[in-house]
Design a protein around this ligand. Structure first.
Ligand SMILES: NC(=O)c1ccc[n+]([C@@H]2O[C@H](COP(=O)([O-])OP(=O)(O)OC[C@H]3O[C@@H](n4cnc5c(N)ncnc54)[C@H](O)[C@@H]3O)[C@@H](O)[C@H]2O)c1
Length: 366
């Protein structure tokens, strides 16, 4: 499909645990050429193992051979690093969440517009085959009008595997800001924007003990709620319940379902790109729908979407505006917990357009 594209040149800032996924992804629309980190030795090690150049952060920002910066720093640095990239006149794609507060997120949307640059954000899993198939099934009316849904993301936190897990328990961490973006971005991409939220939460363990190398035995003071239950009212009128938790030992299942007037849809884990996708309609059993010709996709598809949009001028799908709405919803949930009141969500965003059917793996529509 389409003409061969000239890949945009990407520089990564933040060479931690997730950076390898971006460095090993393969999309026609971009190519990673450089990386940087506050820890120069870490940048050099990542650069050497992936055949790119390591640069100090300030030099990467000014390098004329870089078109797009991919911000893979910790959540507390997202707002500031993205602002610096936009002011340096580069497009930016960043990890979630967009920022830790609305002011910083809005300032970055404004900086993108002022500098004539694009701001894209993870998660991009809604562009994977599983969630794209769900989108087609909903739009085709297979479950009728969506009226409600329910999802849970239950686990016991990340201190058993992440090499430096403290940020998951600091402001900007917790199960809602860490994992909520996958669920809420999928929800908005499938059913549209959120109008209001109500919520309750608790912090079960005031301290976490790291069991992963190299920080095993270190203690982390927990600053955030670690079990959060939210009721989400969509502009469409549908009602969704979401529980995110770092307090639960081995639940038998985490789930994501959407209920319609004519049937029910079982949505795959929105932290993955594939299925299974299952549908129930009266008179039949739950049945799995194959993802067929939809490419599975991988981390990096959102950056490919941004690179293609930067070249052609079409709207972004994994956009800063979508990430801002999701941030607005998550902060609304925290405010609802703190005040015990229902919180109205002011921002709005359109559902991103579906990917065209028939793309081959690694291809993005112009
Ligand atoms: N680890 C995962 O499985 C995973 C999965 C999906 C998304 N993410 C997201 O990716 C981001 C990074 O996560 P991670 O697990 O790779 O974290 P990490 O702590 O392993 O790595 C972050 C890196 O960013 C660097 N850094 C921090 N502030 C910086 C700054 N101002 N300038 C330059 N470098 C800076 C740190 O030195 C570190 O090397 C987070 O937003 C996280 O939510 C992580």
């Amino acid at each position: 499909m389409g003409e061969p594209v000239t890949p945009l040149r990407v520089g990564i800032i933040g060479c931690g645990a997730i950076s390898g996924r971006y460095l090993s992804a393969s999309y026609d629309a971009y190519q990673v050429v450089a990386c940087a980190d506050l820890d120069m030795a870490r940048a050099e090690s990542v650069a050497a193992s992936h055949g790119v150049k390591a640069l100090p952060v300030a030099e990467l920002l000014e390098d004329p051979a870089i078109d797009v910066v991919c911000n893979l720093t910790n959540p507390g640095a997202h707002g500031e690093v993205t602002q610096a990239v936009l002011n340096a006149g580069r497009h930016v794609y960043q990890e979630k969440p967009l920022a830790l507060d609305r002011q910083s997120g809005a300032a970055n949307l404004e900086a993108a517009s002022r500098n004539g640059r694009l701001l894209g954000s993870a998660p991009d899993t809604f562009l994977g085959a599983g969630l794209q198939l769900c989108r087609h099934l909903i739009d085709d009316g297979v479950i009728g009008e969506p009226i409600a849904g329910s999802a849970s993301m239950l686990c016991h936190g990340h201190e058993s595997w992440h090499p430096d897990p403290a940020f998951y328990y600091r402001k900007g961490g917790g199960p809602l800001l860490d994992m909520g973006p996958y669920y809420l971005t999928a929800l908005v991409a499938l059913l549209g924007p959120v109008a209001a939220v109500s919520a309750i939460a608790r912090t079960t363990f005031p301290e976490r003990v790291v069991s992963s190398a190299p920080r095993a035995g270190e203690r982390i003071a927990v600053e955030v709620p670690t079990h959060v239950g939210a009721l989400v009212e969509l502009v469409s009128g549908a009602i969704f319940s979401l529980v995110t938790s770092f307090d639960v030992w081995h639940p038998r299942s985490s789930m994501f379902e959407i209920y319609g007037t004519e049937g029910s849809l079982s949505v795959p884990d929105p932290n993955t790109f594939a299925g299974p996708v299952r549908v129930f309609t009266p008179g039949s059993q739950w049945s799995e729908h194959p993802t067929g010709d939809l490419p599975v996709q991988q981390r990096g598809v959102g950056m490919a979407d941004l690179a293609a949009a930067a070249t052609s001028g079409r709207p972004l799908r994994a956009s800063g505006a979508l990430a801002y709405h999701v941030l607005d919803v998550m902060l609304g949930v925290i405010e609802a917990v703190e005040t015990g009141r229902r919180v109205e969500i002011n921002s709005r965003v359109d559902r991103p357009s579906p990917l065209p059917v028939g793309l081959r793996p690694g291809e993005m529509d112009p």
